[in-house]
Design a protein around this ligand. Structure first.
Ligand code: AMP
Ligand code: AMP
Length: 361
């Protein structure tokens, strides 16, 4: 396991006037790099050859380190190169999904913006639930045994899969035939089925608030809100009900993009308090708590109850809707603030005050 002391030693060998902001080339890398460049940093993209076009066409990566598999990030020569560039890595969904939080905690020596232990809390559903519960949030009921299905539930699998393979069922019998169908269609694997869990399906609209906690100012900032564009569930409404019945539609939830949202203003006090509580509890469960971006996934019902079904303890791809600005970022900062830039601004402020070691783990 890489300790904080080791990270501090590596950081102390860095030229802190020449920090490079780095990340894996996917997910929210454009957002992170643009923000870093606007704050005056050099950038490094750890990238698969086939994705390089993105970071060249949008001229945002000063350096590119080629990898074949995402886990090559952990190779000694890749890490060595990153350290030589004085790199601070900004983790996103691909780190969790393709590198793995255990591997990062065990092997990644490059200083990372944020608290890597909380990424572990994010990917462990029981830990995640404990965190949200202790923060006083309203959660959907969950269970593991298909025979307990009684009413509409969503079947889910662990990890940042972007909704891939999720499906809806309302009875144990329906579960077995739908699971079979999802296997046959290649949406899920046998291994997925072993790790399945069920969540009460909350009928309402999705709102995903995007927060940033600054350890330097001790404030949770609301920088945006989004919702997802999911195939196929967002297309079901285009088919009349009679045809839906005829073809026996089984919606899936694979994310393909996001829409920005501006919430009814009277909802904001609740969302602000929810963010504060999540940050407060994060300090108790994994000291020093959350650092930088985090996001809640919520559903609002017709009686205006907010249910939270997921937390991400890092930048989420939904924050890409705010590249440039969002109404909430504008209210706080005026023009030109967004998640990638907010991260870089925090690194810059910390560098100026010699506090960088409070932001990287
Ligand atoms: P990708 O680089 O697109 O394969 O994404 C990396 C991981 O993040 C995958 O697990 C995706 O499912 C997830 N992901 C990517 N984009 C989004 C998004 N807009 N919303 C939610 N999850 C996403
Ligand atoms: P997740 O991977 O947990 O972010 O969920 C993927 C998608 O499934 C979400 O964007 C929602 O559309 C849907 N979803 C997940 N959990 C629930 C729930 N408990 N109630 C309603 N919709 C949900």
């Amino acid at each position: 396991m890489i300790t904080k002391t080791q990270i501090d030693t590596i950081l102390s060998e860095y030229d802190q006037q020449k920090i490079t902001v780095g990340t894996i080339g996917s997910h929210s890398a454009l957002n992170i790099f643009k923000g870093a460049k606007e704050e005056g940093f050099n950038t490094v993209c750890v990238c698969k050859k086939e994705n390089e076009i993105m970071y060249k066409r949008f001229p945002l990566a000063d350096q590119i380190i080629h990898i074949t598999n995402y886990t090559d990030l952990l190779d000694n020569n890749v890490q060595q190169e990153l350290k030589q560039l004085n790199t601070i890595l900004v983790p996103h969904g691909s780190f969790n999904a393709y590198v793995g939080t255990d591997q990062m905690i065990d092997k990644l020596q490059v200083p990372m913006f944020g608290n890597r232990e909380l990424l572990h809390w994010e990917t462990d559903r029981e830990k995640q639930r404990e965190w949200l519960k202790r923060a006083g949030l309203r959660l959907p009921k969950i269970f593991n045994d298909p025979s307990d299905i009684d009413g509409l539930v969503i079947a889910k699998f662990p990890g940042a899969m972007g909704g891939k393979g999720y499906f809806l069922v309302e009875s144990p019998k329906a579960f077995h035939s739908k699971a079979e169908d999802m296997l046959k269609r290649g949406h899920i694997t046998k291994e997925n089925l072993e790790n399945i869990h069920f969540q009460e399906y909350i009928i309402g609209v999705n709102v995903y608030p995007l927060y940033f906690y600054s350890p330097l100012t001790n404030e949770v900032e609301l920088l945006g809100m989004d919702r997802r564009y999911e195939t196929t569930v967002d297309s079901i409404g285009k088919i009349p009900a009679t045809e839906q019945l005829e073809i026996n539609v089984n919606p899936t939830y694979t994310v393909v993009g996001n829409f920005p949202i501006v919430a009814r203003e009277s909802l904001l006090p609740d969302y602000l308090r929810m963010g504060d509580n999540v940050a407060k509890i994060s300090k108790e469960i994994a000291s020093p708590g959350i650092i930088g971006p985090f996001c809640l996934e919520t559903v609002i019902t017709d009686d205006m109850k907010i249910y939270t079904f997921e937390i991400s303890a890092r930048i989420v791809a939904g924050s890409n809707v705010g590249i440039g600005t969002s109404p909430y970022a504008y209210l706080k900062y005026g023009e030109g603030m967004y998640m990638g830039r907010r991260i870089a601004r925090e690194i810059k402020n910390a560098t100026e005050n010699n506090e960088l070691k409070n932001l990287v783990y």
